[in-house]
Design a protein around this ligand. Structure first.
Ligand SMILES: [Zn+2]
Length: 221
């Protein structure tokens, strides 16, 4: 999956997990910037190639994230569940469906997954459906209102914004020119859909970031 699907589904699955926790134990609202970042964090391995880390291996395993989350569970208890779900769905849902991942490292080095591929019809349908579900939930539970309000918490949306930009640069770096890339995109309805959905997510996150920055300006006055 692309960062679009990883982020959108991280939010959808995290909200579902949150809703399933007994109300007395789930705490307040989810911190959306953290959910979005956790949704793409396993792909940090794309930047660790120099250290010998192979994409979709160690950082795409249940074991690594369970170990990393032990202190989070100790501190936050039930409240940690949606954040854990946000990171696990990256490889157990998104990458498992579209590719093959080393889910059970270090116990098994077998790459498992359904391997629908990217961009395939299944991929594009799931990525855009994820965005649609995320938008509906954002509206329904009032998170969109919060993300678009002048609130210094929203400045943390700068992190998923930078993550999206990094993934765009990573993608663009494989093309010799914008013209050849544009030609490739418009050649397929799937790619046009993917690009438009990415733009919608990017604009949403950018607006929230700006609102966060405005809160600091207002405070400084
Ligand atoms: Zn991944």
């Amino acid at each position: 999956m692309y960062f679009l699907g990883h982020m959108a589904w991280a939010y959808v699955w995290a909200v579902i997990a949150w809703a399933l926790i007994p109300a007395a134990k789930r705490g307040g609202k989810l911190f959306v910037p953290a959910i979005l970042m956790l949704g793409v964090l396993p792909d940090v391995d794309l930047l660790l190639g120099g250290l010998g880390v192979v994409h979709r291996t160690v950082t795409h395993s249940f074991f690594l994230w369970t170990v990393l989350f032990i202190p989070v569970f100790v501190i936050l208890r039930f409240k940690a569940i949606p954040y854990f779900v946000a990171v696990v769905q990256h490889f157990a849902f998104g990458d498992f469906l579209m590719g093959k991942v080393m889910l059970f490292w270090p116990f098994s080095s077998k790459l498992v997954g359904l391997g629908f591929g990217m961009p395939s019809v299944v991929d594009v349908v799931l990525e855009t459906a994820g965005l649609l579900f995320a938008l509906i939930i954002l509206l329904y539970i009032g998170d969109l209102k919060q993300l678009f309000s002048v609130n210094k918490r929203n400045v943390f949306m700068l992190l998923p914004l930078l993550a999206l930009l990094t993934s765009a640069v990573f993608f663009l770096s494989h093309w010799s020119s914008i013209v050849s890339l544009a030609g490739y995109i418009v050649s397929s309805g799937l790619l046009v859909t993917l690009m438009l959905a990415h733009v919608i997510l990017f604009v949403l996150i950018a607006i929230s970031t700006v609102q966060g920055l405005r809160a600091f300006r207002r405070r400084a006055k």
